[in-house]
Design a protein around this ligand. Structure first.
Ligand code: ATP
Ligand code: MG
Length: 217
């Protein structure tokens, strides 16, 4: 669960981006946030996982105020997919991108490897296993960034425009993946201009950002 309690935010004094937002995001629900360019959608997503912080109001993840928590600590509870996938790609190969955190901390088990293989299939990257991620197309990089998020076992995932550069076939695949994540009890928060992100029978909520405020559609 992610709770925003009377949260306001400004990058600088003259431009209030979020105004007194109070909202609770629960697991098992798919939230889809729309709104104009520059309305504050990405900013709110980043606040929900501690990538930006504010003293004006409280953000709680799983019941804990995250103000003093590090991004690493929060990331055990909340996954975050950047609008620009290149901000989260570091490894020399696609496969390494998925498994290197587990290699680093010595927890690369058979199960983890299986999960990586499965995600490569789901996101149609099997043939790119040994490719340098930053040499792939934007759609491929976006799919890989999504796969890295899916590797982790977080209860809540924030997707900032996850399919903006992805073709219709893969879009449908990712859509399905997110729906099943929610059906299995995960919480998903999707920022999307895409009306195609219909809720398809899943427990969902359409939200809209306007004038620094959050509305249920
Ligand atoms: N790092 C930053 N420093 C200063 N101002 C910023 C920063 N990031 C965003 N802003 C400003 O904050 C406002 C909200 O930006 P934000 O990126 O949250 O909007 P958005 O709804 O995600 O837009 P888009 O649909 O284009 O992705 C905009 O006016 C933007 O110019
Ligand atoms: Mg944005």
């Amino acid at each position: 669960m992610i709770e925003l309690i009377d949260v306001s935010f400004a990058y600088n004094k003259n431009n209030m981006v979020l105004r007194n937002i109070t909202y609770t995001f629960k697991e098992g629900v798919l939230y889809v946030l729309g709104g104009k360019n520059g309305s504050g959608k990405t900013t709110m997503g980043k606040l929900m996982c501690g990538l930006v912080k504010t003293k004006q109001g409280i953000v709680k993840v799983s019941g804990t105020n995250i103000y003093k928590k590090t991004v690493g600590e929060i990331s055990e509870h909340v996954g975050y997919l950047y609008q620009n996938p290149d901000l989260q790609l570091f490894a020399p190969t696609v496969y390494e991108e998925l498994v290197f955190p587990y290699e680093l901390n010595g927890t690369l088990t058979y199960e983890i490897k299986e999960r990586a293989e499965k995600l490569l299939q789901v996101f149609k990257l099997e043939d790119k296993k040994d490719t340098f991620p930053l040499l792939m197309s934007l759609g491929e990089r976006q799919r890989l960034a999504l796969a890295t998020i899916m590797m982790r076992d977080t209860k809540f995932i924030i997707f900032d425009e996850p399919t903006s550069s992805i073709d219709a076939e893969c879009k449908a695949m990712i859509h399905e993946f997110i729906l099943s994540f929610v059906e299995n009890g995960g919480g998903a928060f999707i920022i999307s201009h895409d009306e195609d992100f219909n809720l398809n029978g899943v427990n969902g909520m359409n939200l809209r950002m306007e004038g620094g405020m959050l509305y249920e559609k």
